[in-house]
Design a binder for this molecule. Structure first.
Ligand SMILES: C[S@@+](CC[C@H](N)C(=O)[O-])C[C@H]1O[C@@H](n2cnc3c(N)ncnc32)[C@H](O)[C@@H]1O
Length: 324
């Protein structure tokens, strides 16, 4: 009996978690957390400030309180410091807000699972650019925090080097790198016209060059100190060819940097790995597959030395290796 009631509680929590994700995402999307992060407000003040539909705001406020995302004290709603770090502060190492938004936005496409299972039809990632941006934000800040302590990357980027971002998407990583390392000159390539158009807007006026191109077609040679691939390797079809092109694009002793969610060694490891294990379904819907450490070693081994894996958290790894 005890076993079955523990399972019942665990499964019940999954339903609650689903709503928790959506309440957090709505709070972010409708800028309710932004309002409460600025100062505590009564529900009426929140309604006046946002000019949003009062019954929806009231329902959100009571749900967000029940889920302890916000608290009420002396007639005002508060977003406490810890919650600000988790839901609102994009640069915090504990930031989960983007992940919640990714999950909520991606779930809008899940009715396509029926077709995937019956016919194998997949959906392009491009349809959810904003979902991807929300998810990779955390990776970007985690990478920048790790790069700051990296004996090779930080001095190179600080002094000013040439960096190529393969699969740069909407260019938000390049914008962050430019902000932190303004002396470096940056190039991004991506085959998505939509993503490159957004990236060009973001890069406007900054020394960032954006090219609409697949990694498989790159012809750069001995040009870059760093080639960066952020959550793009898993989406790339001809991985060998792209890695070979990255190798050629690098100068002598150049560094390839891969930031990527990798499957754990054991499938039934710990609860920590549950997110990536579940996300496999989401990837399957997009016609993609997560890699593991071994896949990366096999891809890099013949062309790179000094391969190094550092876990940034949540099964996301920073992999660095030097051009042979
Ligand atoms: C998950 S997104 C990551 C975007 C970006 N690197 C970031 O961190 O936000 C994967 C990106 O890889 C790009 N991509 C897919 N196939 C590619 C290929 N063959 N060569 C280069 N980029 C590719 C997609 O268009 C998409 O923008």
């Amino acid at each position: 009996m005890k076993h079955s009631s523990t399972d019942f509680a665990r499964l019940w929590k999954y339903s609650v978690g689903f709503y928790g994700v959506w309440i957090a995402h709505i709070g972010r999307q409708m800028k309710l957390f932004d309002q409460l992060a600025a100062h505590p407000l009564s529900i009426e003040e929140l309604i006046t400030n946002t000019k949003l539909y009062p019954p929806a705001i009231r329902a959100w406020c009571s749900a967000a309180q029940a889920y302890r995302l916000i608290i009420a004290r002396n007639g005002k709603l508060h977003l406490k410091k810890q919650m600000r770090r988790l839901l609102h502060d994009r640069a915090s190492s504990e930031y989960l807000g983007g992940q919640f938004s990714y999950l909520a936005l991606r779930s809008l496409e899940y009715r396509a699972f029926e077709e995937l299972f019956k016919t194998g039809k997949t959906r392009k990632t491009n349809s959810t650019l904003s979902a991807v941006e929300q998810a990779t934000d955390w990776d970007h800040y985690a990478f920048l925090a790790a790069a700051q302590h990296h004996e090779k990357l930080d001095p190179l980027l600080s002094k000013g080097c040439r960096l190529l971002d393969v699969g740069c998407g909407t260019g938000s990583m390049l914008a962050k790198i430019h902000k932190k390392y303004p002396k470096s000159s940056l190039v991004g390539v991506d085959p998505s016209d939509k993503a490159v158009a957004i990236a060009r807007q973001t890069a406007n006026g900054k020394p960032i060059t954006l090219i609409m191109m697949r990694g498989e077609s790159m012809k750069f040679a001995d040009e870059f100190d760093i080639v960066f691939l952020g959550e793009s390797l898993c989406t790339i079809k001809e991985k060998e060819r792209v890695i070979s092109n990255c190798w050629r694009a690098l100068k002598k002793d150049g560094t390839i940097v891969i930031v990527e969610g990798l499957l754990p060694d054991s499938k039934f490891d710990s609860t920590e790995s549950q997110l990536i294990m579940g996300m496999q379904l989401d990837f399957a819907l997009q016609g993609q597959k997560f890699m593991n450490k071994k896949d990366i070693v096999v891809l890099l081994n013949s062309r790179f030395s000094k391969m190094y894996f550092q876990e940034l958290g949540g099964n996301v790894y920073l992999v660095t290796a030097t051009k042979k």
